[in-house]
Ligand binder design. Structure first.
Ligand code: C5P
Length: 392
């Protein structure tokens, strides 16, 4: 397991030695970036002796080109400890002006911030807004805790207890392997059903929710095949992407897929398509004569087949009325173990948004969640999947 630790310039940087030393005893390979201001606070030589990885300073990138990319890719997890108001502000606003901030922005991994600063700095609305943005982007925070601060004042801003930090980092690192060797298929995005050379039937789906789920599965160590309708999104690194256009094509790809552990169907498949298409433009007055047919129900076809035990089939349902009841019926009729439902209305306009408000329904219970980013919905769902596998 590879940890990238970023030490920034809070006086609490002095407490890092214990954290580094305990995690190294657990056979974790640690690389460390020390920012210029942290370098003025700590002596890096004792850390060098403890870790199996290397220590990098801001100047290291001059010698090793693309170091920020290499460090971001090598890490299983990135922890910023201690995290100053400055590094939180930089990350929250997309700054990339030194090795630490460039690596954070280039990262495709889980990031954990462990703040330590003066109480007024922490409680400053500007800092709290930055923290909120960082949380919405899927990063996690440990602390800060309430107590006596290095500056002599008392309040929220203390670095959390080192043993707690060590435990959370270790648990997070273990999470990066929990779905190792699990084969997952995720469908995402809309499908497009051609009417003629200029027109089509489709829907507003952006594919964002499915892509975020694929990313979280990858972060938990799974092998992910993403079957995507047309979107403008960048597939997460390490996913096998199969691009399709129509429901028929998506169905063909999915039904071929027999060796799977987890199948998640987030795609907003068009329910209908014209029985025939033409490469000419249909005259306006002929459009009302178009005959439509139902598209294949991809989940239903998939869940009808017999697979090995211990697999999971997860559906999505976007409903405007009786959403829970309709979703429950859908879960059963489509042969899903679990269904994620979003009630579509003016307040929760899910399509193309970065936010979603969902309920997760399984055979025994319903869990309702507040509105959150699609990234955080994906994290909740993947944690749920991990828990299901841990119980099996
Ligand atoms: O029936 P409805 O479209 O509301 O069901 C939504 C769920 O079914 C989603 O998980 C979607 O990906 C899946 N679906 C499918 N094939 C279809 C239509 C929907 O797999 N033709």
């Amino acid at each position: 397991m590879n940890l990238l630790l970023i030490i920034t310039g809070s006086i609490a940087a002095k407490k890092c030695k214990k954290i580094v030393s305990e995690l190294s005893k657990k056979k974790i390979i640690i690389d460390i970036i020390v920012t210029n201001s942290a370098k003025k606070i700590i002596d890096i030589n004792p850390l060098k002796k403890i870790i199996k990885g290397k220590i990098y300073l801001d100047s290291s990138e001059k010698r090793k080109k693309m170091l920020h990319i290499r460090l971001a890719r090598k890490a299983s997890l990135i922890v910023v400890c201690p995290a100053t108001a400055n590094i939180i502000a930089k990350y929250s606003n997309g700054y990339a002006d030194d090795l630490a901030s460039t690596t954070l922005i280039a990262s495709d991994k889980q990031i954990v911030f462990v703040p330590a600063m003066n109480v007024e700095m922490w409680n400053n609305n500007i800092n709290l807004r930055n923290v909120k943005k960082v949380l919405e982007n899927g990063a996690e925070f440990i602390g800060p805790d309430y107590g006596k601060l290095s500056c002599g004042e008392t309040g929220l801003g203390r670095l959390s207890n080192e043993n707690k930090i060590i435990q959370i980092i270790y648990d997070n690192l273990k999470n990066t392997h929990k779905l190792k060797n699990k084969n997952c298929i995720v469908t995402a995005g809309p499908t497009i059903e051609e009417i003629d050379s200029v027109r089509y039937i489709s829907n507003y789906s952006s594919g964002k929710q499915g892509y975020e789920i694929a990313k979280q599965l990858i972060l938990s160590g799974a092998n992910v095949t993403l079957v995507s309708g047309p979107t403008n999104l960048q597939p997460p690194t390490k996913t096998k992407i199969i691009k399709v256009k129509t429901a028929k094509e998506m169905n063909r790809v999915v039904q071929k897929y027999n060796k799977f552990d987890i199948a998640i169907f987030t795609a907003a498949v068009s329910d209908i398509s014209p029985i025939k298409t033409t490469n000419k433009k249909i005259k306006k007055n002929q459009l009302k004569n178009i005959i439509l047919k139902n598209n294949p129900d991809i989940i239903k076809n998939f869940s009808k087949k017999t697979f090995k035990k211990n697999n999971l089939i997860i559906g999505f349902a976007a409903e405007t009325n009786n959403h829970i009841l309709n979703a429950k019926e859908k879960m059963i009729s489509k042969g899903c173990d679990l269904i994620v439902v979003n009630k579509i209305n003016k307040i929760n306009n899910v399509f193309n948004s970065d936010y979603n408000r969902v309920s997760i329904i399984d055979k025994t219970k319903i869990e309702h969640f507040k509105k959150m980013t699609k990234k955080n919905v994906a994290k909740i769902l993947v944690n749920k999947i991990i828990n299901i596998y841990m119980d099996k």
